[in-house]
Design a protein around this ligand. Structure first.
Ligand code: HEM
Length: 238
């Protein structure tokens, strides 16, 4: 009796989750929560990468630490992949729902409240996706230059420092990275602010504050990541 009540409860909570996912409110929540996860990832990733300014020893030991436990590493990778897939799926489905709800464009041109970052959010998201695929091929899979994964420092650790310096010694690749970071800035300056709205944290009163926080954080990310690329191109990091 107790077991069947439990399985009924399990089935009804699974049904509730499915119902939530099928509603546009549910998709907005999924997009907001996954967006927050990705935003936190890029901040932590940038802070880790900025250790390149402290020298090879710091960056290589940090990279070795991240890879020291295969279970944790693969758990994080699979979690990140699931978050990316959910974020993109909910974004595309929400765009389709919005289009269905308003098949004809605005009679008087674009909406007053819409900003460039807001209107280009899908396009900037797609370019960031292309950047991530290239970035994985570049550094994680070593598809641009297979010898980079075989670089080792004096302690026998993967020489991530040397790999990054070699990677950004190509000006075309570096320019692509800086353009992608610019699009990430555009994407986050609208995305982070609106995720607070979807989570019910942003009100009319706090709109300005959250908007400024989101834009400030997006700008710091752009400057921090671009500083690495520019410092290597300028020969400050060798
Ligand atoms: C100038 C900026 C960046 C630098 C220097 C950089 C550097 C790196 C390096 C060296 C790796 C490979 C780590 C290793 O195998 O030891 C890596 C992996 C990765 N990066 Fe970046 N990154 C940058 C920006 C970004 C951005 C903006 C994103 C996301 C939008 C990103 C997402 C990733 C992901 C998903 C991985 C794979 C992690 C894994 O191996 O599981 N990176 N990055």
């Amino acid at each position: 009796m107790a077991a069947s009540a439990q399985s009924l409860q399990k089935r009804s909570s699974a049904g509730l989750l499915l119902q939530l996912w099928q509603s546009s409110l549910g998709k907005k929540y999924v997009m907001a929560v996954t967006g927050l996860g990705l935003f936190l990832f890029v901040i932590i990733h940038m802070l880790g990468n900025l250790q390149i300014f402290l020298g090879a020893e710091k960056l290589n030991s940090y990279a070795a630490l991240l890879k020291s436990n295969a279970g944790v590493l693969w758990g994080a990778r699979i979690g990140l992949l699931a978050i990316v897939v959910l974020h993109i799926t909910s974004a595309i489905q929400l765009a389709q729902l919005n289009k269905r709800a308003r098949p004809v464009g605005y009679a008087a041109g674009k909406p007053v409240a819409s900003t460039f970052a807001q209107r280009s959010i899908l396009v900037s998201g797609l370019v960031i996706l292309a950047f991530i695929l290239f970035h994985l091929a570049h550094y994680t899979l070593g598809l641009v230059d297979g010898s980079w994964l075989g670089l080792h420092d004096e302690q026998g650790r993967h020489d991530v420092y040397r790999m990054v310096v070699l990677g950004f010694s190509n000006p075309l690749v570096s320019i692509f990275y800086i353009v992608a970071m610019g699009l990430l800035l555009l994407h986050l300056s609208h995305g982070v602010s609106s995720l607070f709205q979807s989570l019910g944290l942003r009100s009319k009163k706090t709109f300005g504050l959250f908007d400024k926080l989101a834009k400030g954080a997006a700008l710091i990310l752009f400057l921090g990541n671009s500083a690495i690329v520019v410092a290597i191109l300028a020969g400050l990091i060798k």
